[in-house]
Design a protein around this ligand. Structure first.
Ligand SMILES: [Zn+2]
Length: 329
């Protein structure tokens, strides 16, 4: 008997796609991707049971036995967890906020690295070592050193900083996080960074902007540096994903569409609009201009260039009329 298939709830899908950076966790190719149910129950939409795969790797999960044994559950789980940590680590902000540059950090040569390692080893600076290994992309050595550091000091800032570096902040006990937030009070950028790593994007943004606005004594460099960090980080993407989830929970098609457009998640955008085509035409809450925009997206999703052009002209007519009416009104 075929297993009944239900769609992954949109808010869950958004989260899973974001956490995987819309990238196949096995071959690490970015989009188009699909969400795979690891236990093969297509109704178990627990995020723990979901992995983002490309179509080729998904095929591999469907092949069983023989010489061509495909990907099994245990393998997918390993790949998935490993990739999620890599994405989280790459997004970690723990290193991003030094206004004074450390010279040469971006142009490592082997000899220099060896010396820097020696310097940190000599004084038992495990944290410094972990950051060094992370910077040169040696994840295995980084994790070894982190375990050593965590063993000697299993609490406080060290634990929080190192788990952030690994993309494993979710493993830090709540009370350590709260204590770290307390310690960081007064340094709005530090608080903001930690909130961001915790996935609390809205609070992170509010903290940063309010902190900046409250201080009139800071230099132009400080303002520019802070805004640049905001733009370079995944805060904006994180906020759009949250907006997408909220719109999905509210069953609000238009704001799901807008969030997907801003995120640049084209395949998800096309799938969403195509699956709602009939409702769109019948929906009285949508303005004519919104319907026209959705028709353009649907035509593009079908690869129908002529229909897309006609829909764009419709959209233009509606917009043009609205502008003239606005002027006269
Ligand atoms: Zn793949």
């Amino acid at each position: 008997m075929a297993k009944a298939r239900t769609a992954v709830p949109a808010a869950t899908a958004a989260r899973v796609l974001f956490e995987s950076d819309r990238t196949c966790c096995v071959c690490r190719k970015a989009g188009p991707v699909q969400i795979h149910h690891i236990d093969e129950y297509p109704t178990n939409h627990d995020p723990q049971n979901l992995a983002v795969l490309c179509f080729d790797c998904h095929e591999e999960t469907q092949r069983k036995g023989g010489f061509a044994r495909g990907l099994d559950r245990a393998q997918v789980l390993l790949y998935r967890d490993n990739w999620l940590q890599t994405v989280a680590a790459s997004r970690s902000t723990s290193e991003l906020d030094i206004e004074t540059p450390v010279s040469g950090r971006n142009t490592f040569d082997a000899q220099l690295v060896t010396s820097l390692v020696e310097i940190n080893r000599a004084v038992g600076n495990w944290v410094g070592l972990a950051f060094l290994y992370h910077a040169i992309g040696n994840v295995e050595l980084r994790d070894e050193v982190v375990e050593q550091a965590v063993e000697s000091d299993p609490s406080g800032s060290t634990l929080v900083r190192l788990r952030r570096l690994q993309g494993r902040i979710d493993e830090v006990p709540e009370k350590e996080i709260e204590a770290e937030l307390d310690r960081a009070q007064g340094d709005y950028r530090m608080v903001s960074r930690l909130l961001q790593d915790l996935g609390r994007y809205r609070e992170a943004t509010d903290t940063l902007l309010r902190g900046l606005a409250a201080r009139s004594d800071v230099s132009d460099f400080h303002v520019a540096f802070t805004l640049k960090r905001l733009l370079d980080s995944d805060l904006i993407e994180g906020l759009f994903v949250r907006a997408l989830q909220e719109a999905a929970d509210a069953d609000d098609l238009w704001w799901q569409v807008r969030a997907l457009q801003e995120l640049g998640w084209t395949s998800e955008l096309h799938a969403l609009v195509l699956s709602h085509e009939k409702e769109i035409e019948a929906d009285d809450d949508l303005w004519p201009s919104q319907k026209a925009t959705l028709r353009v997206i649907a035509a593009r999703a079908r690869g129908d260039g002529d229909a897309a052009r006609e829909a764009i002209k419709d959209e233009e007519r509606i917009m043009a009329r609205a502008q003239v009416e606005h002027k006269e009104g």
